[in-house]
Design a protein around this ligand. Sequence first.
Ligand code: BTN
Length: 263
Amino acid sequence: MAPVGFDAERFGALLPPGDRAARRLVVTFETVDSTSSELARRLRAGVPAGTVVAAGSQTAGRGRVGRQWCSPPGGNLYLSLAVAVPPPQADNLTAVPLAAGVAAADALVSAGLAEVRLKWPNDLLVEGRKLGGILCEAPDPRARPLLVVVGIGLNLSAAPLEPALAEGAATLPEVFGCALPAEPVAAAFVSGLERRLATLAGPGRAALAMDWKARAEPFGRRVRVGTVEGVTLDLDEAGRLLVRIDDGTIATIGGGIVADLGP
Ligand code: BTN
């Protein structure tokens, strides 16, 4: 019988040689509350970095800043990966969301999409609409090694159940003309993210910021983040967004939802 939801065997076979699923714990569900919540529970029970939890649908999918993530069945990607932040953790923790965004954009391009843009910190946009998002959480910020749960949701095929919850969202059939299987995109994302994190101690840190900017929407857009409104300028070294407010001061944005108000 064909597997329902995410096919762990197919995913494992698509990982690069030397990183086959045999040495990686991959846990799949037809449906789960949230792959990120499930992975956090398993981390508390002692599973190692590299563990993957994936599901065919989620009943309580979570987005950034407490939002809900619509997670219907039908071929979308809902996957969480545990990564170990390389030391120095305080510096490298902020690199994880950027690295995840770049790895996800690259995975989609390698699957055939011509252009995927990143909206800070790691919304994945196609034709200006949100195809997917990434949620990075450290369940135990004091633990060493510091483990981060990187959860990715990509609308590779199914439409959101409740369009009102998914304003501005796109599905791949809408913006690309057809669906894509989740496993190859997932394998490229997982191996790409781990490769990038492994280079952070060396020149990878500067390269990451450059690669992120090369895939990002152009700066110079008017945005609102919480109570801050101004024009996007750049990223700082820690990966935070710099916004010039109308009185000329520069605000440093470390988190939140960025509402795009136009050029
Ligand atoms: C965002 O708000 O843009 C981030 C969305 C992240 C959704 C993914 S789906 C897999 C993982 N499990 C969750 O509950 N959330 C993330």
